[in-house]
Design a protein. Structure first.
Length: 183
């Protein structure tokens, strides 16, 4: 019985963190979201699609996790615009259409992938990078510095009672973009 309570508390904690994360993320029904590291229980795609009606694409390098995730979506997300793929970023054909990108905190190479995404995405894309520093790094990969010429940290949400924290990034403006905006 105690294990059931612990598992329920864990899922509630994750769901609560997802809800807080997206209160200021400005996802609309016409948004197109990519989740890198969707895993076998895609709580984030389910939550986003149910709350907003947006299209959510989840990718994971673990084929078995994707297959299990698809079964969860079939059971809990009927009619929602959710697609789970066993693909790498470079294999996705529609990255320029993405409005939001979310990196799971358990993706080891997330900052290298963020660097790759700079050339593959539009100028308005917003990125939520989940991470865990200090004791949270037991379950999550920690926050790292980004190339300031490519990505700018615009906000951070620290969740003292949740399993991960979130950094929000936008593309850094190039000198030509700054001239166009102010000129």
């Amino acid at each position: 019985m105690n294990n059931q309570v612990d598992e329920t508390d864990y899922f509630h904690n994750i769901q609560s963190a997802i809800k807080e994360e997206f209160e200021g993320f400005n996802i609309q029904s016409d948004s197109k979201i990519l989740l890198v590291g969707s895993g076998s229980f895609p709580m984030t795609p389910l939550y986003i699609a149910k709350q907003t009606g947006a299209e959510v694409i989840g990718i994971d390098i673990d084929a078995e996790a994707v297959e299990l995730g698809r079964k969860v979506i079939d059971r809990l997300g009927e009619g929602l615009k959710i697609r789970l793929e066993n693909k790498f970023l470079t294999q996705l054909g529609d990255t320029m259409e993405l409005t939001h990108i979310i990196f799971s905190s358990t993706v080891a190479l997330k900052y290298e992938l963020l660097d790759q995404l700079h050339a593959l995405t539009n100028e308005q894309v917003v990125v939520a990078m989940r991470y865990g520093n200090q004791v949270k790094s037991l379950f999550n990969y920690p926050k790292q510095e980004t190339d300031h010429r490519k990505w700018k940290l615009i906000d951070t949400i620290i969740h003292p009672k949740h399993v991960f924290d979130v950094g929000f990034y936008k593309k850094a403006l190039s000198s030509t973009q700054i001239g166009v905006r102010h000129g």
